[in-house]
Design a protein around this ligand. Sequence first.
Ligand code: SF4
Length: 111
Amino acid sequence: MPSTMEELTRLPGVGRKTANVILGYAFDVPAIVVDTHCRRLSRRLGLTKNEDPNKIENELRRLLPAEEWLGFSHRLIIHGRRICQAQKPKSEECMVNDLCPSSRVSSNRTL
Ligand code: SF4
């Protein structure tokens, strides 16, 4: 199994998302996995305005220390599956609804 982004993305059917999963989980290399959940939540949370997964990956890399990359993207994926779903985010149940600019819960918080 190749162990670099360049080698992995040369394999048929392997893009950056899959390569980052392999690098992060098989080789313990700092990696950000931008799937549909990570992409949606990064936008909803105001971490990016980009649509392109590669640009989102680069923005998250700049925002976070490398040791947090894999865990952070994995937490966004889990949160997106369970709470911040695409069609109907459960903002009332969300533990970051007081911080999220896309929250559907009214807040008295002043910025
Ligand atoms: S507050 Fe709502 S939109 Fe924001 S992350 Fe939570 S579930 Fe998603």
